[in-house]
Design a protein around this ligand. Sequence first.
Ligand code: A2P
Length: 341
Amino acid sequence: MMNSKQFHVAVVGATGAVGREMLRMLEVRRFPIASLKVLASERSAGQMLSFNGQSIPVERLSAESARGVQIALFSAGATVSKEYAPIFVKEGAVVVDNSSAWRMDPAIPLVVPEVNSKVLSKKSRLIANPNCSTIQMVVALQPLHKKAGLKRIIVSTYQSTSGAGQSAMEELRQQTQAVLNKTVLPVPKKLPAIIAFNCVPQIDVFLENGYTKEEMKMTYETRKIMNLPKLPLSATAVRVPVFRSHSEAVWAEFSKPITAKQATALLAKAPGVVVVDDPANKKYPLAIDAEGKIETFVGRIREDISSKKGLTMWIVSDNLLKGAAWNAVQIAEVMIAKGYI
Ligand code: A2P
């Protein structure tokens, strides 16, 4: 990133699955850093994290941590964000928050730069990073919406365990070993059911309407980001035994007709999108290929045989990167580029 100014940066939740990727993204992007604080709970205080070849000690998050910070990236859960994000803002920082704490607050921008960076301004001090499944879907649907007008979305997700943090990945690892070694399966703690060799149709808690919170996040956050407050969207969110990258089967209906060929051409030049769509040669987006990449991969683009103005497709992205760490760092980059920080 080209910029002469340098910033005092903090990562809150730096030892977590997303926090570690935030550090890596700051490194890879050569983010203009004057100083870096890595913060977590007292459990990890004193642990060393590497950044740009240096070892940085993890500090325990407290109100004092906010002093002097200009840009703070938060990924330590909603409870921590609710308490500490306002403290960092008060101390003068711009906070990009990866938790669900502020996303649906009408006063807080919820941003995917490819879709709605125009909602950012000099006044944006607390900015919410959307849910991982929502981000990759709107990146792919926005160019199609501009052309044909979205009318309705049905989506089924195939979400990796890293979306539930490091302990969920560890559960998948241990359970897989136990099954293969034919030993007693450990009781699931982080995930609601056995995830090894299984698919679990529950992510987050159930709500009164029978949907899970994760599923309703996709409805509400998509409406807010795309500025389509009434868009009908029905999601089924499923946890699958994958470590990284979320996959999604999406059925989208439009107001105007749009062919698969037109959609493919639009997606091929859309920002942040890579089309991988050559089924005859077994080429389609795969979770293992998306791992470590910042783009959203789209394939299996076809006209929906059940709807005249419908398209269906398969969308894959690394949930820890575009779904979390990269989108957060990208927001910070936009804020700097526009002179808002
Ligand atoms: P810690 O490693 O000290 O527990 P994950 O999503 O992978 O579970 O990571 C969650 C991140 O949020 C970790 O960095 C974790 O730190 C951090 N975290 C959790 N609770 C707190 C807290 N009360 N104060 C500060 N950081 C927290």
